[in-house]
Design a protein around this ligand. Structure first.
Ligand SMILES: NC(=O)c1ccc[n+]([C@@H]2O[C@H](COP(=O)([O-])OP(=O)(O)OC[C@H]3O[C@@H](n4cnc5c(N)ncnc54)[C@H](O)[C@@H]3O)[C@@H](O)[C@H]2O)c1
Length: 372
């Protein structure tokens, strides 16, 4: 994680978090450990609990030692809250909800967490890390785009080339899935409810059509809308025998499981460890992957470390921003200079240099104004 490493080195020299108590509720993994080490290098005391105890890497928790609160999810949250953090780094907003009245500030990693926070009268500022430009580009588009397909391939061992992949939802995440599927040689159909997104998909060269029409054409269906019942009875009854159904959205409600169960009755077999085959009509078998749970976590290993490197670099710089600035309570966007800095560090780690404006160009840009 070279971006986080360079931040850690700078933090070690500048100590921007000296004496700050950071409470974090994140997945206890090697990637998170790198974030914790960077924060500690900056002078922070870090208390960490697991956002999902099932994915905790015990050896990582042990290596981090002091300040890691394992065991039951709720007990972990309460232990971190009891450590009276100044700043909270959250994944799901539950820790922030417990202590926001007493915080200097917080960051939130997930979209669903931000929905809760925006509906709450907050006692502190929260930076929406999930919506930072660097995060969106790398995490949603390239991270999920790749890892969702990775999950589908691991579960099925399909050859994507020559298949028709239907992507339902052309948002930040869906366009990553669509791009990567096309790159692997699949024909891609996009289904949308938003006219502008649909237009973008069409201009990008994808076929765009209603899901009912796509149902008849697809070999592999990937839902990534954040909505529910995007694929349901009427679609299942039009799909081809052998179609594959996967969900890359956060919740397992995008594929209507109840409809599949209702149609298939007892004609369900476990075809492969992560593939349940539902015979929805005689001779029409649909392959549901990972019970409709988020495919890149259920069947693959989530985001590559290179993606978390960028997300956690944003988190680390956001924590410093909250310490150094007085922001009013409420949800705020991550400042553009943080995105810019993370992008520069990431480019440097890739060995990519870019151009620098000449003084004349800077002057020209500064003086240029649209005609009245
Ligand atoms: N698997 C992962 O690692 C991962 C990563 C990031 C986000 N997500 C999840 O993916 C989902 C989408 O996230 P996003 O950032 O792309 O959101 P987004 O809001 O940018 O995009 C969602 C798109 O789906 C479209 N949509 C909504 N209902 C639809 C329907 N019935 N049919 C077709 N299209 C529909 C919307 O118009 C929108 O364009 C969320 O649940 C999010 O939590 C998962």
């Amino acid at each position: 994680m070279p971006v986080l490493r360079s931040i850690r080195e700078r933090f070690g020299a500048e100590r921007p978090l000296d004496g700050v108590r950071v409470g974090a509720c994140l997945h206890v993994t090697a990637e998170t450990a790198n974030l914790v080490l960077a924060l500690r290098a900056g002078g922070a005391r870090v208390d960490l609990c697991a956002a999902n105890p099932y994915v905790t890497q015990e050896d990582v928790a042990e290596a981090l030692g002091e300040g890691v609160h394992l065991g039951d999810y709720r007990a972990g949250l309460e232990a971190v809250a009891a450590a009276e953090p100044d700043i909270v780094l959250d994944d799901g907003a539950e820790l922030v909800m417990l202590v926001h009245e007493r915080l200097r500030g917080a960051t939130e990693e997930t979209r669903s967490g931000l929905v809760h926070l925006r509906a709450t009268e907050l006692g502190c500022p929260v930076l929406a890390v999930n919506e930072a430009a660097a995060e969106r580009a790398l995490n949603d588009r390239f991270g999920t785009g790749q890892s969702a397909l990775d999950g589908i391939l691991r579960a099925t061992r399909l050859l994507l080339a020559g298949q028709t992949v239907v992507v339902l939802g052309y948002g930040w995440t869906g366009r990553g899935v669509a791009l990567r599927a096309r790159g692997a040689g699949a024909s891609v159909i996009v289904c949308e409810v938003d006219a502008l997104r649909a237009l973008e998909a069409r201009m990008e060269g994808f076929e765009v059509m209603p899901a009912l029409d796509a149902a008849e054409r697809g070999d592999v269906f990937v839902t990534v809308t954040g909505s529910r019942d995007v694929l349901r009875r009427e679609h299942f009854l039009r799909m081809r025998d052998g179609a594959v159904l996967a969900n890359a959205g956060h919740f397992d409600v995008e594929i209507a499981l109840a409809d599949l169960r209702d149609l298939a009755g007892d004609r369900v077999v476990q075809a492969l460890p992560l593939v349940e085959q539902y015979e929805v009509e005689p001779g029409r078998r649909l392959n549901l992957l990972a019970r409709g749970q988020v495919i890149n976590l259920a069947a693959a290993q989530g985001h590559p470390a290179a993606v978390m490197d960028v997300s956690f670099a944003v988190q680390a710089l956001a924590a410093v921003h909250l310490v150094q600035h007085e922001l009013p309570p409420g949800v705020h966007q991550v400042p553009a200079q943080i995105d810019e800095e993370v992008a520069r560090l990431k480019l440097a780690s890739l060995g990519v240099a870019i151009d620098v404006e000449t003084p004349e160009q800077q002057d020209y840009r500064g003086r240029w104004a649209p005609p009245a």
